[in-house]
Design a binder for this molecule. Structure first.
Ligand code: PHE
Length: 343
């Protein structure tokens, strides 16, 4: 009996099914009414009582091995495949893999960068974790300027230590690094992520993206800036676009202006996107303050420059009339898929 048990065990272990009916055949051969293991159970009744314990255990293990093997073979799918006939229709076209789409912020960033690249601007990037000097001090922020306060800035180190480390609140810090390191004339565009300690709402977020530009050379004038921005606005929003400038204030530019473009939805008639004004605000700009040039080692007597900065999300909102800024950060595929055709 012992040899017979071992023989069947070895057979179970080595058994392989080529088709579904092989599994059923094996089940009948081992466990069927007239199967080998069933026969051994019959034989078991006749063995000497002192051997019953040993053989009982062995037989139970054998039965379990056979049942497990059958289950395992069935689970391997051979059964289903065989009963359905051909496994796969190899002539069927494959299932399309879902394709991701470009993020609207990336699409607009590249569009802006491409426009300025055509005007001869280089692209510069800098650290998101910056020091106070490059974000504020070199940009002529007075020591008590509200933008340095806790409500605007995420500090990484203690805000009261000298030159604390912080998350940049604008990419103007990259422009400072360019003025420090690049040879004049400088014509750069600085796209990047910025951080401000603001409550998240439909119109504000603590993380957003900017593109800022800087041009420093001999004899750069306000008229040059106006022309560059007008050309940009026409490339971005269409050839009929008009711009207007309103006086504004930034510590690092003098004079400074806020730029509006004619509403590309109602073409100046007034709609709810432009709140009836016919104009949409798109960027801030100005002539680089002489103090800022001086701080980076550029002689303001000889050189002048202009700078501008815009929020990418804002431009994208105007372009596609997205009403809630939070859509850009939630990565909801239903939202992102809407931009698929804009690749
Ligand atoms: N740095 C400004 C901001 O973040 C934008 C700006 C850049 C304004 C350059 C003027 C000139 O709001």
């Amino acid at each position: 009996m012992k040899e017979k048990i071992e023989e069947i065990l070895a057979e179970i272990e080595n058994f392989k099914a080529a088709k579904a009916s092989d599994i059923e055949d094996a089940r009948v051969k081992w466990l069927g009414k007239k199967g080998e293991i069933t026969a051994l159970f019959d034989e078991f009744r006749t063995i000497a009582p002192e051997s019953k314990r040993e053989f009982g255990q062995k037989l139970n293990l054998l039965k379990k091995a056979a049942t497990d093997k059958i289950e395992q073979l069935k689970a391997s799918g051979l059964d289903a495949i065989a009963s359905k006939g051909a496994a796969f229709d190899l002539t069927k076209p494959g299932d399309a893999l879902p394709l991701g789409s470009r993020h609207p912020v990336s699409i607009v960033r590249e569009e802006i960068v491409e426009i300025f690249r055509k005007f001869g601007y280089d692209v510069a990037e800098g650290p998101e974790v910056e020091d106070d000097y490059h974000v504020f001090e070199a940009l002529n922020f007075p020591p008590d300027h509200p933008a340095r306060e806790m409500q605007d800035t995420f500090f990484v180190t203690d805000k009261d230590q000298s030159n604390p480390i912080l998350l940049r609140t604008h990419t103007s810090s990259v422009q400072v690094r360019c003025m420090e390191n690049m040879k004049l004339p400088i014509r750069v565009i600085c796209p990047g992520r910025v951080f401000r300690n603001e409550a998240i709402s439909a119109r504000a977020h603590c993380i957003f993206h900017q593109v800022e530009g800087l041009y420093v050379d001999e004899g750069v004038t306000f008229a040059d800036m106006k022309q560059a921005i007008l050309l940009f606005a026409r490339e971005m929003f269409g050839p009929d676009t008009q711009i207007r400038m309103r006086p504004s204030y930034f510590p690092f530019t003098e004079p400074s202006a806020e730029v509006d473009v004619s509403c590309n939805i109602c073409h100046g008639k007034g709609c709810n996107i432009c709140k009836g004004t016919g104009w949409l605000e798109i960027l801030g700009c100005g002539m680089v303050d002489p103090n800022v040039l001086k701080a980076s080692g550029i002689d303001p007597q000889k050189y002048s420059g202009f700078a501008f900065g815009m929020g990418i999300e804002r431009i994208a909102m105007l372009k596609w009339q997205v009403k809630d800024l939070r859509n850009y950060f939630e990565n909801d595929l239903r939202f992102l898929k809407e931009f698929e055709t804009n690749i």
